[in-house]
Design a protein around this ligand. Sequence first.
Ligand code: ADP
Length: 231
Amino acid sequence: MADAAQTPVIFLHAIERRYHQGDAVLEVLKGAELAVWPGQSVALIAPSGAGKSTLLQIAGLLEQPDGGEVYLDGAPTSGLSDAARTRIRRNAVGFVYQAHYLLPEFSAVENVMMPQMIRGLARAEAQSRAVELLSYLGLKDRLTHRPAELSGGEQQRVAIARAVANIPRLLLADEPTGNLDPRTSDHVFGALNQLIRQSGLTVVLATHNMEIAARMDRRVTIRDGQVLELP
Ligand code: ADP
C-alpha cells in the first residue's frame, strides 16, 4: 500500500546499466524507476534478456549501476564502501535464485544456520530458527538431509529458508521456481507466499509464471530499459 508517510524499502531511482561488448554498447536499463513499499510483493515479468536479473542484482547491491541511485530504507547506497555494501547485503537482503546454491556437504538445517552465524548469532539460536523455518516450510523430517538427499522442491524450500533466516528487509527472487515441474513449483511458491504473507516481507520476484505473478500485490515489467507498472 503506497502511503506518503512511509519510506520505500527499496527505491531504484533513474537507474542506468549498460554492458560493453566489443564496440557495441548494450543499454539494459535506461532510467529505471521502482519503489517498493514495506510489506509489498512485486512480480517482475519480462521476456528473457529484458534486464530482470540485472535489476535484481542492482537492487540487492550485488552490482553497481552506471547511473542513478539505489535507496534502501531511504538511505542512498552509491557512496558506501564495499564492506558496508556487503554488510547490508548480508543483514538486510535475502536472495533466492533459480538454482539453489546450497552447500552440498552440509545438512538442510546447517545450510539455514550458516548465514545467521556469519551475522553473529549463537549456534543454538541459529539452529532453533533454522528448525522453526524449515518446519514451517514442511521440511521437519528433512532437517539432517544433505542437498543431494532432497528433491528439487525440497532443496528450493531450504534455499528459501536460508534467504529469510536473517529476517531480511527485502527478499529478491530470480525465477525461484523456474527449475521445477509445474506441480512442485505450485507447492514451493505456495510455501513461499505463505511465508511472505505471514511475515510481512517486502519482495521483488522475477517470474515467467503468470499464476504466481497474479498472487503478488503488484506486477511490473521492463520495456526499453524502463520499469512499467502492469494492470
Ligand atoms: P533477464 O534476467 O531479463 O533475462 P538479464 O538482466 O540477465 O536479463 O540481461 C539483460 C541483457 O544484458 C541481456 O541481453 C544480457 O545478455 C546482457 N547482459 C547481462 N549481463 C551481462 C554482462 N555481464 N556482460 C554483457 N552483457 C550482459
